[in-house]
Design a protein around this ligand. Structure first.
Ligand SMILES: Cc1cc2nc3c(=O)[nH]c(=O)nc-3n(C[C@H](O)[C@H](O)[C@H](O)COP(=O)(O)OP(=O)(O)OC[C@H]3O[C@@H](n4cnc5c(N)ncnc54)[C@H](O)[C@@H]3O)c2cc1C
Length: 373
């Protein structure tokens, strides 16, 4: 079988890319195993810019998402607790983010043509890429869009290098039920252990993420659930008792960047292309930008009758996309260094920084708009 575009993967990035790129080739095929996201404890907080992009594509996430209206950042340290509230109004937006479980995000995306199999081998050639799957099929594509995640086979096969730096931090993530309604307020606390964030979903529910040193997270996760709930409530009781509402999962955290994300008729997007810790909720928002950039590039190339997999076309992707990715990853990396470490200098820096942001409204607004747009 020969297709114009093969999208490899079955996560939210692959699903959105396969749909968004439909008009860029005469046939677009997504290749990935059946995805069961029912147990995935993660939510994704979509920034206003991503919601706009999804609207442009005719995908309305609002029916499944919870709008976040306010964010309270609290830091403990030498000055006691310093906190600052960031509101959607401060940023000139209707909401800070629309938050929804990844399974719900997948559910609002339209069904697309899919070959349900795992890719076992990828061989780029002069005018196509040959893709072998575990059901014994071989598919040829003029362009491969690799959305096969952290350990991307397509990235390796195309010789695309990822620079990856472990952060020496892990995240424990779990859906929770709150004793009191959250009122669409997200609370992010930086304390003596690390970070603890409650990101609202529904009226009484939230996605909880706590980031700390890997041994601290492993020790926490080893306790029975009731003990973990008590420990987490002691660290953050802003909404009363925290009770688990689903399975917990632990993620080791790293930063990753592909300076040249397109090579040999393969372009990497989503977590195949960049890895960010769940700080400042940028992760999947960067995937949306990857897809919209690629869509614009391929639409123009297809309209001009160009070969959409050629280096001439794909060569334009990195200059358009990577400055934004690099800027966001640097900011997240710097924030991770200050936010997730409980040592005295970091505590002092974040308390002083937060107090300063609170005092200068212009700085606060610019920082918020840079994160949200
Ligand atoms: C704790 C945590 C919290 C997060 N919170 C947020 C947030 O609030 N906001 C945000 O924007 N982002 C957040 N993120 C990041 C976000 O979850 C990821 O960016 C997103 O899930 C990446 O989606 P993806 O489709 O690129 O990759 P994945 O979800 O990893 O999907 C890749 C898929 O490819 C498939 N695959 C792998 N190999 C093959 C193969 N050989 N053949 C076919 N298929 C293959 C795999 O089965 C996998 O399902 C968070 C991440 C973590 C760890």
């Amino acid at each position: 079988m020969l297709v114009d575009i093969a999208v490899i993967g079955n996560g939210p990035t692959a699903r959105l890319a396969a749909f968004a790129l439909l008009g860029c080739g005469s046939n677009v095929l997504m290749i990935g195993p059946e995805a069961d996201r029912a147990g995935d404890p993660r939510t994704t907080a979509l920034m206003p810019s991503s919601v706009d992009s999804l609207d442009q594509l005719g995908i309305d996430v609002r029916e499944k998402a919870t709008p976040l209206l306010d964010l309270r950042i609290e830091t403990t340290g030498p000055f006691g607790i310093v906190s600052e509230v960031f509101t959607a109004t401060d940023a000139g937006e209707d909401f800070l983010a629309q938050n929804l479980f990844i399974r719900d995000l997948m559910a609002v995306m339209p069904e697309i043509q899919m070959h349900k199999a795992t890719v076992t081998r990828i061989r780029p050639a002069e005018d196509h890429v040959s893709i072998e799957t575990d059901d014994g099929r071989t598919i040829r594509a003029r362009l491969v869009v690799a959305a096969d995640g952290l350990h991307s086979l397509a990235r390796e096969a195309a010789g695309i290098r990822m620079r990856k730096k472990p952060l020496g931090r892990s995240a424990l993530c779990v859906p929770v039920r709150l004793e009191q309604p959250h009122g669409r307020l997200c609370i992010e606390r930086y304390d003596d252990t690390g970070t603890l964030t409650l990101i609202p979903v529904g009226d009484h529910d939230a996605s909880l993420i706590t980031i700390a040193a890997p041994d601290e997270i492993a020790a926490l996760a080893a306790h029975p659930d009731e003990i973990i709930e008590r420990k987490l409530t002691r660290r953050q009781d802003g909404f009363g008792h925290i009770a688990f509402a689903g399975e917990k999962a632990v993620f080791p955290l790293s930063l990753g960047f592909t300076p040249q994300p397109a090579r040999n008729r393969v372009v990497v997007i989503g977590e195949s292309a960049h890895i960010a810790p769940p700080i400042a909720a940028q992760g999947w928002n960067m995937s949306v930008r990857d897809i919209m950039t690629l869509k614009a590039l391929l639409t123009a190339a297809a309209a001009n009758g160009e070969d959409i997999g050629s280096q001439q076309v794909l060569g334009a992707y990195a200059p358009r996309r990577q400055p934004d990715v690099a800027g966001r990853l640097s900011a997240i990396g710097a924030l991770a260094g200050v936010a997730t470490r409980p040592a005295a200098p970091q505590r002092l820096i974040r308390q002083a920084g937060l107090a300063a942001i609170g005092r200068f409204k212009g700085v606060k607004r610019s920082l918020m708009r840079a994160g949200l747009r």
